[in-house]
Design a protein around this ligand. Structure first.
Ligand code: GUN
Length: 293
């Protein structure tokens, strides 16, 4: 069994990015600039955004954090999005989700200029990704592809089961794994909370990508010997022994699934660090105007 070290790969990719940024700046080019909008004080979102800002520093990017209180109006937020769309110094930006209930996330996403949408959430980027055109690919699926690539995991012709159908992980992940590409070329099945035969599908899978958000959902009895397991789950489960009061728990019962696996990602330290690095890769592409000119 090989433990996939997302943290180590993420460090390596950040180093590669920072070297490229140094070369760009040394030859008189512009330092890439990522802006992030954070609304409210949700613990998870605070942590994610703080880590994104930290990753920008490691990559040599300029970053700007724009904060609003929970009661910001949709109008005010949309005005800021338009301002960032028109700010030539900002190469790419994100609006951290979830947003408060009185704000339409879809409206916000569709107001972002797709050429600066480094999250890859705008319908133009999602559509281009689904037909294999150059675009910003959303961070978690892209990070998983990078892990599969760097660990030389064969996906061509394999049976891949994606658990979960969210817009930001399950759906794009399924699209990418079925694409004529490497990694890709897999036979993909998407299972979700309404699937009748989820366990049977998993048992036949060569690759299981678990993105349901249900702690320890995938058990040893659900996978075959030699399976590749990618665990996207990051549920905060209360844990009084931890200083934070919680521990991050994946969608896979690691202790019993790991011995049956050929490759497996741990939680934390697997997919999580790669997600942020993928955003950094998109920011570098935005800085270089590599996709949309
Ligand atoms: N909330 C959870 N994941 C993400 C992400 O990748 N981007 C943004 N903007 N919000 C998120």
């Amino acid at each position: 069994m090989v433990l996939i070290d997302g943290k180590a790969v993420a460090e390596q990719v950040k180093k590669e990015i920072s070297e490229e940024v140094n070369a760009i700046v040394a030859s008189g080019g512009k330092r890439p600039h990522l802006a992030a909008i954070l609304v409210g004080h949700d613990g998870g979102s605070e942590t994610y955004v703080a880590n994104k800002v930290k990753a920008c520093e490691a990559c040599g990017f300029k970053s700007t954090l724009i904060r609003y209180e929970q009661d910001v109006t949709e109008e005010e937020l949309l005005a800021k999005v338009v301002e960032l769309n028109n700010d030539d110094d900002v190469d790419g930006f994100i609006v951290q989700l979830p947003l408060p209930g009185h704000i339409s996330e879809q409206k916000v996403i569709e107001t972002i200029d797709y050429r600066k949408d480094v999250d890859g959430f705008h319908p133009i980027n999602v559509g281009r990704m689904s037909i294999g055109l150059p675009c910003y690919v959303s961070a978690t699926p892209n990070g998983i592809l990078e892990l599969l690539k760097r660990y030389d995991i064969e996906t061509r012709g394999k049976k891949c089961v994606v658990l979960g159908r969210s817009n930001i992980v399950g759906k794009p992940m399924a699209m990418l794994m079925m694409q004529k590409a490497c990694p890709g070329d897999a036979t993909v099945t998407v299972c979700h909370s309404r699937s009748n035969n989820l366990v049977e599908e998993c048992r036949e899978a060569d690759i299981v990508i678990a993105a349901l958000g249900q702690p320890e959902f995938v058990t040893a009895g659900m996978v075959k010997e030699g399976v590749v397991v990618i665990d996207v789950g990051t549920t905060r489960v209360p844990d009084a022994t931890r200083k934070s009061g919680f521990r991050l728990t994946g969608d896979v019962k690691f202790d019993e699934v790991a011995p049956k696996s050929s490759f497996i990602t741990p939680v934390p330290g697997g997919v999580g660090p790669m997600t942020i690095v993928s955003l950094m890769k998109n920011t570098l592409l935005a800085g270089k105007k590599a996709i949309y000119g």
